[in-house]
Design a binder for this molecule. Sequence first.
Ligand code: ZN
Length: 395
Amino acid sequence: MFRQRTLDNGVEVVSLALPTSPVVAVRAEVGVGSACEASDTSGYAHLLEHVLVRADDLGVFGSGHVGDAWTSKNTTAYTITALRSEALDAARAILNTITTCRINDATLRQELTAINHERAERTANPFWRIRERLCRALWTGGPYARPILGDPDVLRNATLDDLRGFHAYWYVPANITLYVIGDTSSHDIAEAMSSTCAANAAPAPPQPPVPAINDFPITVREPLSGGRAAFAIGFAHNPPTACAADTAALTWRVLRATTGIDVHQLVAGCAAATWLTVIGSAEEQRPTGWVRTICDALQLAETALRTDRDTADRLVSAARIRELRQQERLESLSGHIADRWRIDRSLDAPTAHFLRLNRVGPHAIADGLSRLSDSFSQAPSVDRSPDTSPHRDAS
Ligand SMILES: [Zn+2]
């Protein structure tokens, strides 16, 4: 059962009690990412994540459990998995690290170098390049088009004072959500966290505006080694509801199992994009050939789900079992819960739905994806997963 509380100091705490779990996953999310930056602060959210973690050595905590952190379009997340007995210390450590801006020049320089390496590593990956090119094209000119790694020139000139200013604006308690998942029965997390960071009545800064949705798909192609190429076709759309996102994720697992095609979805606040990636011969240059391949694959997966009960049973069970196994890992579960919590909160209108993809009308791929999702929902052995959807038990 979820508990959700907003502490006196403004931090929102979401906890899920799993009494038999020997470890506790603690995750703090700050509502800031690359879409929140301006052109003169491009890359600050990611840089700040690096320097805050380094400043407090959050990487190694307590009995040696490793912390992690990452930045997305609209969130920066910090996590620690700790022994049950260290849950409170872990939660305090994270909150302390992110609300106190203990940064110095040596750390800043070190992390700028680390980010340069990260940039080189990521841009060498064709699937990262596909993702970046799609985001740029799908949300042209808007905040969601901004790269998470930022503008190298802006970063090179960033000063400690610039970062402190960015921190003071975005890292206010009202913009922080703390997730604590595991056996928390012997602690009152909210009580313990209330005194951890000073109250600050500043409201959460406004989130980036809703992007305009292109009604047309974007295609990109990246060469791979060995005479192969990766082709992707992407759509921008309204964010899915948490339930639709869950069904879609399972459906795509079926698609991958039957055809080898990967579907990716990026949901950031009020923006969402879905893209399919297929790998084939580099000799295929025209998008129409690749699109045909994808349409045929969607048809194949849909037929497998609709026509043969045994096959459908097997595919749906395999997708479901993988899901359940992931949920057994506490870190995955906390990520899943945080994603769903964020998605549900960002949806103003209950009508917003993944099937809005239908709007792209003549495009067979969008229709095929929607139909495939329907087939999955109607397949015989789909049952409801254990209840990890975020019901608010406000207290
Ligand atoms: Zn990084």
